[in-house]
Write a protein that binds this ligand. Structure first.
Ligand code: HEC
Ligand code: HEC
Ligand code: HEC
Ligand code: HEC
Ligand code: HEC
Ligand code: HEC
Length: 447
């Protein structure tokens, strides 16, 4: 009789785990990459498109030329034109118009007879790539919010491996737990069969262990000391945090991403924070600096495969980013339709992230130009930050530690001689490390 129960339970456990495992593997295989229609490489295509076509074409908007999203399927469905026609058109549209191509002449008239550049140097593979880029499905903004979990098609292989490992772990743990419960039940049954009273046995053991502990004064002492130390450690750590804003990450009026600008597009920090080299403040760039680029960059295209899962989880879709560029236009009063300024501006009030108390004097040029310290030493990997946050504690101890550790660079540093002369006159110091030079004097950092 007992044997039968035992077998039943084993097979139950095995059965359940089999079902769990099957469900899990189905969910893994269900997220296969969606088939792409075109054979070209959309990433290369994006570069080629931006180099050759973006001056006149956008994917979604009418500019000098027609919008080109899904141009290949559109032309073949609506006009019965094939890839050969497209290749010929892109390489020499004027020639086709001259030779009387019907559709060519129609679209030429439609676009006010604006001639398209000829691209005889683009190879057929280049055109494959460009068309693959124009055919890459633009990420659907509404659908994404719902399908963040697994079916957005942008799941990278690493995500899938992670899920696989995670899922496998869950299955293993579930199995282990079931096994343990089973073992415990079986043992209990054996014990009862042998006539052992379990409740009494457990109770006695627990009590004697506790008693032994209480009676051993040395153990009690050590434990209390340990607990007190731990409490003090945490309390001290908490108190030291008061007034320190490390990690402070405010929401800005325009979602401006350093990751996209300084990271993905490799724009130099000093392009925007140009005064860091020469003055006390690094400063935030004026919106005119933004418009140097954003007169022509009016929408965010991101990567052609669409936003990553992480971006989607945060709501960072291409449409979101494009909306943020619109905020920039509104602030500077840029009329996109007519490509001119309206004069109606609204100031953008960036929230200050870093803020030393008024009693402290800190000079960027001294650190960036004279000491040649990288921005990242103090500000962290800003080029990876979607939203800037305060990376260093900005405490007095932080400043002082670095002054003690860092040597002043003298040789080959033109700026140095001038500043050093000024400083040594002003403070009467001529030694050559930050600390020795007076970098620990209260008056250097405090007004
Ligand atoms: C100097 C501006 C200009 C450039 C650069 C340009 N085009 Fe065009 N394109 C046009 C215009 C204008 C038209 C409309 C037909 C006409 O007026 O010749 C057009 C039409 C087209 C069409 C037909 C669209 C339709 O809806 O039927 C395709 C396809 C096309 N261009 C592809 C490209 C590709 C690919 C590139 C880059 C390799 C490119 N164009 C670069 C101006 C340009
Ligand atoms: C295209 C312009 C641009 C570039 C390039 C740029 N920044 Fe910024 N930076 C801004 C703007 C605008 C702000 C204000 C909005 C914000 O805080 O996100 C800012 C804010 C900051 C802040 C926070 C300022 C504060 O309020 O305390 C730091 C630090 C910073 N940038 C460092 C860097 C570093 C380091 C780099 C190079 C890796 C860099 N930036 C590149 C435009 C730029
Ligand atoms: C040197 C050129 C350049 C400058 C200067 C520049 N941007 Fe950009 N910006 C870009 C590029 C490139 C993109 C990405 C476009 C893409 O990937 O399709 C972009 C994207 C954006 C986006 C959408 C992504 C995001 O960060 O949220 C916003 C908003 C934006 N810029 C605002 C600004 C503001 C505000 C400034 C001025 C402080 C500025 N940009 C200065 C080149 C520039
Ligand atoms: C030695 C450390 C250090 C280095 C190196 C450094 N910064 Fe800073 N940065 C600071 C401190 C400290 C503040 C806060 C200043 C304040 O509140 O007065 C700050 C503030 C800023 C701000 C806010 C606006 C301002 O000027 O107060 C920006 C922007 C900034 N830094 C950008 C940069 C850039 C860009 C670089 C590299 C060219 C750089 N920083 C290099 C320590 C540093
Ligand atoms: C990453 C290291 C580093 C950090 C962090 C740092 N400094 Fe410095 N600082 C230096 C170096 C190196 C010099 C020497 C520059 C030179 O050659 O004159 C210096 C010089 C100075 C000087 C001029 C000293 C003199 O003798 O003339 C002042 C003032 C100063 N720092 C203030 C600060 C303050 C305030 C902070 C904290 C908010 C700070 N520094 C954080 C590296 C650092
Ligand atoms: C290398 C730069 C530097 C030097 C040198 C320096 N301080 Fe400071 N001090 C700071 C900074 C930065 C802060 C602000 C710390 C904060 O906001 O947490 C500060 C804060 C203080 C405060 C206010 C404490 C608080 O919690 O607000 C006092 C008091 C002070 N310093 C005294 C001194 C005295 C006295 C000396 C000379 C022995 C000295 N400091 C030298 C950078 C310096």
């Amino acid at each position: 009789m007992k044997k039968v129960i035992y077998r039943n339970q084993i097979s139950k456990v095995l059965g359940i785990s089999l079902v769990v495992f099957l469900l899990f593997s189905i969910s893994i295989f269900a997220q296969d990459e969606p088939a792409t229609g075109s054979s070209g490489d959309p990433v290369k295509g994006k570069t080629l498109f931006n180099q050759n076509c973006a001056a006149c074409h956008s994917l979604t908007r009418k500019m000098t030329g027609p919008p080109l999203a899904n141009i290949e399927s559109r032309l073949s469905e609506d006009e019965g034109l094939d890839r050969e026609w497209l290749n010929a058109w892109i390489k020499n549209s004027a020639g086709m118009i001259k030779s009387g191509d019907a559709y060519g002449n129609k679209i030429y008239t439609e676009y006010a007879q604006a001639p398209m550049t000829a691209f005889p140097t683009l190879s057929d593979t280049d055109i494959d790539d460009i068309l693959a880029y124009t055919a890459a499905p633009p990420p659907a903004p509404v659908a994404v919010a719902v399908t963040v979990d697994s079916k957005d098609g942008s799941a990278k292989s690493s995500d899938i491996t992670n899920e696989l490992i995670l899922g496998a772990l869950i299955v293993v743990f579930a199995l282990l737990i079931m096994m343990l419960i089973l073992v415990k039940k079986t043992l209990k049954r054996f014990a009862i069969a042998k006539g052992v009273d379990l409740d009494e046995a457990y109770a006695g053991k627990g009590l004697s262990l506790w008693k032994a502990f209480v009676q051993n004064q040395f153990l009690v002492l050590v434990t209390s000391i340990f607990l007190l130390l731990a409490a003090a450690y945490f309390a001290f750590g908490w108190m030291m945090q008061v007034g320190i804003d490390q990690g402070y990450e405010p929401i800005q009026p325009i979602h401006y991403s350093h990751k996209i600008h300084a990271g993905d597009n490799k724009i130099e920090c000093k392009y925007c924070h140009s005064s860091a080299r020469v003055s006390k403040q690094s400063g935030i760039p004026s919106l005119n600096v933004c418009m140097n680029c954003h007169k022509s960059i009016y929408e965010y295209q991101g990567n052609p495969e669409g936003p990553t899962k992480e971006d989607l989880a945060n709501g960072y879709t291409n449409e979101f980013y494009t909306g943020e560029i619109q905020k920039l236009y509104k602030a500077v009063g840029w009329d996109e339709e007519n490509q001119k300024y309206t004069g109606e501006t609204q100031p953008v009030e960036w929230v200050q992230v870093h803020n030393l108390p008024d009693l402290v004097y800190f000079d960027h040029s001294q650190h960036v130009s004279v000491a040649e310290i990288e921005c990242q030493t103090c500000h962290g990997p800003v080029e990876e930050m979607e939203i800037v946050s305060q990376y260093s504690p900005l405490t007095m101890g932080w400043c002082i530690n670095c002054h003690k550790e860092t040597n002043v660079k003298v040789e080959g540093n033109e700026y140095y001689t001038k500043i050093h002369e000024e400083l040594s006159k002003k403070y009467g110091v001529d030694q050559l490390t930050a600390a020795q030079m007076g970098g620990l004097e209260c008056g250097k950092c405090h007004y």
